[in-house]
Design a binder for this molecule. Structure first.
Ligand SMILES: Nc1ncnc2c1ncn2[C@@H]1O[C@H](COP(=O)(O)OP(=O)(O)OP(=O)(O)O)[C@@H](O)[C@H]1O
Ligand SMILES: [Mg+2]
Length: 211
C-alpha cells in the first residue's frame, strides 16, 4: 500500500480510499456509477445500503472490505443486476444492469457461494448440462462454441474468492489475477485485506453507516 487518500467525504456509509493514487491518474471513463443508492431486502425494516455513491473507472482495481453482514455481497448483486436498488441509480458499462441482456459477455461474476449457483464440477459440464436442460440441439458442439467465444470479460467481479482456498491455492489465484488485471476492471469483495492490498488500487470499506 503506497498511499492512502480518502476520496469522497460525502459518503457516510462507505469509506472510499485510493490505495495507490499514481496508478489511476489520467482520464479514464467511469464504468460503474452508483448515485444515492439505498437498499433493503423485502419484508425487512433496516437498510443494508444507505446512500452509497461510487464511481469506478475503467481498469481500476477495487477492493470492497467490511465485516460479516456489512453489505458487500448485496452491493455486488446490485452491480450485476441481480438486485434492484430500493432507491437511487446504477449504471454499469453505460447501461442499467437490470437490463442484463446488454451486459452478456461483458461482466464476469464469481459468487460467494458457487455451490448455490452452479451444480457441475467443471465449466464444460455446467454449460453442457444447461444446454441439455434447455433442449438446445447438438449440446456438445454448442458448449464447445460457447466456451471458444467466451474471452476475458471487461469487468471481473469476485465475491470472497479466497474463502475456501488454502495458502497455495490462494497464492495461485493472486498470481493469475495479477497477470490479467491490467486489461480488466476488477472488483473484489473480501474480508481478507491481504488479497485486496495485493491486487487493488482502490478500497471501499463498508461499515453499516458509521465512520
Ligand atoms: N435475502 C436476504 N433477505 C434478507 N436479508 C438479507 C438477505 N441477504 C442478506 N441479508 C442481510 O443483509 C445484510 C448484508 O448481507 P451481505 O450478504 O450483503 O453482507 P456481506 O458483507 O457480504 O457479508 P459476508 O462477509 O458474510 O459475506 C446482512 O444483515 C444480511 O443478513
Ligand atoms: Mg458476502
Amino acid at each position: 500500500m503506497t498511499k492512502l487518500v480518502e476520496q469522497d467525504l460525502r459518503l457516510k456509509h462507505v469509506k472510499h480510499y485510493y490505495v495507490d493514487y499514481k496508478e489511476i491518474k489520467g482520464f479514464r471513463k467511469n464504468i460503474v456509477i452508483l448515485e444515492n443508492v439505498w437498499f433493503k431486502y423485502p419484508r425487512t425494516l433496516t437498510y443494508v445500503l444507505k446512500n452509497v455513491n461510487l464511481n469506478i473507472r475503467d481498469k481500476e482495481h477495487v477492493g470492497i472490505l467490511g465485516p460479516n453482514g456489512s453489505g458487500k455481497s448485496t452491493l455486488i448483486k446490485i452491480l450485476i443486476g441481480l438486485l434492484k436498488p430500493t432507491r437511487g441509480s446504477v449504471e454499469v458499462l453505460g447501461v442499467n444492469p437490470r437490463n442484463r441482456r446488454k451486459l452478456v459477455g461483458k461482466i464476469g461474476y464469481v459468487p460467494q457461494n458457487p455451490t448455490l449457483t452452479f451444480t457441475s464440477p467443471t465449466v464444460f459440464d455446467e454449460v453442457f448440462n444447461t444446454a441439455k436442460k434447455l433442449k438446445i440441439p447438438n449440446p456438445e458442439e454448442e458448449t464447445e462454441n460457447v466456451l471458444k467465444i467466451t474471452g476475458l470479460d471487461k469487468l471481473l467481479i469476485l465475491d470472497e474468492p479466497a474463502t475456501y482456498l488454502d495458502y497455495k491455492a490462494k497464492e495461485n489465484l493472486i498470481r493469475i489475477l495479477e497477470k490479467i488485471r491490467k486489461n480488466v476492471t476488477l472488483i473484489i469483495a473480501s474480508q481478507d485485506p491481504s488479497i485486496i492490498t495485493r491486487l487493488c488500487n482502490m478500497m471501499l470499506v463498508l461499515d453499516k453507516g458509521t465512520r
